[in-house]
Design a protein around this ligand. Structure first.
Ligand code: NAP
Length: 302
């Protein structure tokens, strides 16, 4: 039996539209309704037939839903939850896909009954945004971290987990604060570093802009992909996950100082040991199917 039969998606960007496409593929009998604050996005969603209905207001989108998934930037979750609260059917479950969980859990439980709130975070994405950037296989073989609240209904949590499994994801359960710490290291800090490096290279006066672009394959290019990620989404992530990010940034600065010291004193062994350790981490990510083993991240060179 399907975990849900009437799913509403609020926010039809990369993640929302990918969920819609994946539901159409894996649970074709589910009735899908979508809503986005942007009239232009709603128009695109109608044109590409993303969902069965596209509602003009958040309230109208949830009126007969049994699952509502909020796919808006983390900073907008509270406002959207407040906007749907009055129209939400009694038995509907509300979930989200936000990249930080403690702040979202607080924002949702402040205006919705905690038993019906089951936050989640699919750890899958690209640097693209918008309804046309989504694709049905985005979650396949990727993790979805479900972070139930102390008062979340157990059956509701199990149904949300089953929903994500049907979209092809592997599901893991975590406490919201633990999720935020793990993601601060694996996702938020790398984005901050990429934003810094690309910004620094852009500011350097000794190297011309055209040389930065021309010789970008030397490592810089991979940072530019990450640094092209949506500015609204990432502004909200750093504001919402402030404590965990600052803690990880402190550790990172200490490690960076150690490397700086090793370079200054010509300590090749320290550099070699560090680089050998990180190479092994890359191998285990590929071994666990979380990235492509092809050279240069599978880029075509023909
Ligand atoms: P996106 O492509 O920019 O889509 C977000 C959509 O939500 C936009 O169409 C936006 O409209 C709309 N929106 C903003 N505020 C709204 C509101 N109050 N009511 C209704 N719609 C609203 O972003 P995304 O990448 O799908 O990210 C959505 C969520 O997924 C975020 O919470 C993010 O943290 C999480 N997430 C992202 C990734 C990733 O790699 N991108 C991965 C996992 C989770 P406007 O364009 O008009 O603002």
């Amino acid at each position: 039996m399907l975990p849900f039969s009437r799913v509403s998606i609020i926010g039809l960007g990369l993640i929302g539209s990918s969920i819609a496409r994946a539901v159409r593929q894996s649970m074709p009998t589910v009735r899908l309704t979508g809503h986005d604050a942007s009239a232009e996005v709603r128009e695109i969603a109608r044109r590409i037939d993303l969902t069965d209905d596209v509602a003009d207001t958040p309230g109208a989108a949830v009126i007969d839903a049994d699952l509502v998934i909020l796919c808006v930037p983390v900073g907008a979750m509270g406002d959207v939850a407040a906007a749907i609260a009055a129209d939400l059917p009694d038995d509907a479950i509300v979930s989200d896909v936000g990249s930080c969980k403690t702040s979202v859990a607080q924002a949702l439980s402040a205006v919705l009954p905690e038993a019906r709130v089951v936050p989640a975070h699919p750890v899958a994405g690209t640097e693209q945004s918008g309804p046309e950037a989504g694709f049905a296989t985005l979650f396949r073989g990727r993790w979805c971290i479900v972070t139930p609240l102390p008062g979340s209904d157990a059956a509701a949590t199990a149904r949300v987990e089953e929903f994500w499994r049907r979209l092809g994801a592997e599901v893991e359960r975590m406490a919201p604060d633990h999720h935020d710490l793990v993601l601060a290291v694996t996702s938020h800090l790398p984005h901050l570093i990429a934003y810094t490096i690309v910004g620094t290279a852009d500011d350097l006066e000794q190297v011309t802009q055209s040389e930065v672009i021309k010789f970008s394959a030397g490592g810089f290019r991979d940072f530019t992909r990450i640094a092209a990620s949506d500015p609204t989404m990432w502004r909200d992530v750093f504001l919402a996950n402030k404590d965990a990010v600052l803690e990880m940034l402190q550790r990172f600065s200490e490690d960076l100082s150690q490397l700086q010291r090793a370079i200054r004193w010509g300590d090749g062994d320290a550099l070699f040991d560090r680089f050998a350790r990180t190479r092994a981490i890359r191998r285990s990510i590929v071994d666990q199917g979380q990235d492509d083993a092809a050279a240069d991240f599978g880029r075509r060179h023909d």
